[in-house]
Design a binder for this molecule. Structure first.
Ligand SMILES: Cc1cc2nc3c(=O)[nH]c(=O)nc-3n(C[C@H](O)[C@H](O)[C@H](O)COP(=O)(O)O)c2cc1C
Length: 165
């Protein structure tokens, strides 16, 4: 074994998971941000967590509204998902810019990309400071799935998005 750093480890663990974190902006529209650092936490009760840079607009939104939906995006929107990971909702309407078709979720004002394999509707339980990120620990309220959509994964660290095959 050779000594390596964590970003190098992330390249060796590719393909890594990819989610799109969907939050509600103050005007009621949906913001989308690409996040790889998420995990299931508990099945009883159902809980998940994800980490986002302290500066992220999505973080501000979830801390404000306490609501978030994590989706596993389908391969058809790979380019748009990369776009959502390189722009901020602070100054960009990503849905319009990347022409992302949205669907409604029952009981939620946050919308999700139509091309999603899984959607996990959550309320924020708490968040913790972890270095330069916040870890958002969430209670799962509802889960949706669509086997017809093939999941996107991040390759070569986080530089390419495509299926795991
Ligand atoms: C493949 C990929 C994975 C990413 N994973 C994360 C992540 O796990 N955590 C994070 O804070 N940012 C991650 N990013 C970067 C955010 O998506 C990026 O900072 C985005 O601009 C945040 O948008 P927002 O300011 O609208 O929240 C990732 C970007 C890409 C392209």
């Amino acid at each position: 074994m050779n000594k390596i750093n964590l970003p190098q480890a992330a390249r060796l663990t590719s393909p890594n998971p990819v989610t799109v974190v969907c939050t509600m902006k103050p005007d009621g529209s949906t913001n989308l941000a690409t996040v790889s650092w998420w995990t299931y936490l508990s099945f009883n009760p159902n809980m998940i967590a994800y980490a986002m840079a302290k500066t992220s607009y999505s973080g501000e939104m979830v801390r404000d509204t306490q609501k978030v939906i994590l989706t596993i995006p389908g391969v058809e929107i790979a380019d748009a998902v990369m776009g959502c990971g390189s722009t901020t909702g602070r100054d960009t309407d990503k849905v319009e810019k990347f022409d992302i078709e949205l669907a409604e979720i029952e009981g939620s004002s946050i919308k999700i990309p139509v091309h999603s394999r899984v959607a996990i509707q959550c309320s924020l339980k708490e968040f913790r400071e972890v270095g330069d990120h916040y870890l958002y620990i969430c209670n799962v309220e509802q889960v949706y799935g669509n086997e017809a959509e093939e999941a996107l994964f991040a390759w070569n660290g986080y530089s390419q998005l495509r299926s795991a095959r």
